[in-house]
Design a protein around this ligand. Structure first.
Ligand code: IPE
Ligand code: IPE
Ligand code: MG
Length: 239
């Protein structure tokens, strides 16, 4: 249980990694690992919003994941299409707005259709935002922002960090806590811009096995961090 006086991060990112290794350990196919991971997203996302998180960004498919076998990519695309269909009812019930970050090309039509539907059906919800990062790459996002800026003929002298952020896929607050499951300690091209001052936490657990208690522990770890943002703490100002 997370106690009431804990600081809850406004924006949490999760790199939901380890589906394949989890499946291997269980003697299952990689596909079954992805299915278990997707099921767990529902549980963990609902819990995060219950705890007071306002924005949850989930890395569910990177631009680089298209390098995987056709069979695995097709399975994942089918899984997204099926899951997203159920998610609109689920997130409407919880008053959660669903947004997507990533490039549309070359996502299949069935996935794009579900994405549009879900965005539309949940657009007026006010209880929190779930940002599915699908066919997402942090470098691609920055390039795409620059392209928009050039195409729109923006006067570059007016650009600053705040106005540049408005050209990213979504206008969201910065990431406070970035969690990557499975023990890997890298960003793998996730939310490069938004993580400029994020705290990082790398639990060993594979995502399908990541529980509400593991989520609580991540919040506890976050509360033990000293976020300075380049400054110094008042009590340390000795000279
Ligand atoms: C993360 O699990 C899910 C996606 C990348 C879609 P992985 O499939 O990367 O699982 P591991 O890292 O091989 O265990
Ligand atoms: C990052 O995981 C992408 C997602 C979790 C969707 P990967 O498993 O693709 O990353 P690498 O290849 O280990 O860096
Ligand atoms: Mg992986």
């Amino acid at each position: 249980m997370v106690s009431e006086d804990l600081k809850i991060p406004v924006h949490i990112g999760i790199i939901v990694d380890g589906n394949g290794r989890w499946a291997k350990e269980q003697g299952l196919s990689r596909s079954m690992g992805h299915k278990a991971g997707a099921d767990n997203i529902e549980k963990i996302a609902s819990y995060a919003f219950e705890k007071g998180v306002k924005v949850l960004s989930l890395y569910v498919f990177s631009t680089e994941n298209f390098k995987r076998s056709e069979e695995e990519v097709n399975y994942l695309m089918d899984l997204f299409a099926i899951k997203f269909k159920n998610y609109s009812t689920l997130y409407n019930k919880q008053n959660i707005k669903v947004v997507f970050s990533g490039r549309k090309k070359p996502l299949p039509e069935k996935v794009l259709k579900m994405m549009e539907e879900m965005t539309e059906k949940t657009k007026n919800n006010t209880g929190g935002i779930i940002n599915f990062c699908l066919n997402y790459g942090g470098q691609a996002e920055i390039v795409d922002a620059v392209k928009r800026i050039v195409k729109e003929g923006v006067d570059v002298d007016t650009l600053d960090i705040e106005s540049f952020s408005k050209y990213l896929y979504q206008d969201l607050p910065p990431v406070d806590l970035m969690i990557r499951t499975s023990g890997e300690q890298r960003l793998s091209n996730f939310l490069l811009w938004q993580c400029s001052y994020a705290e990082f936490y790398f639990p060993e657990t594979y995502f399908p096995a990541f529980t509400k208690d593991d989520f609580d522990l991540a919040i506890l770890k976050y509360n033990n961090r000293d976020r300075r943002f380049g400054g110094i703490k008042y009590e340390d100002k000795t000279n």
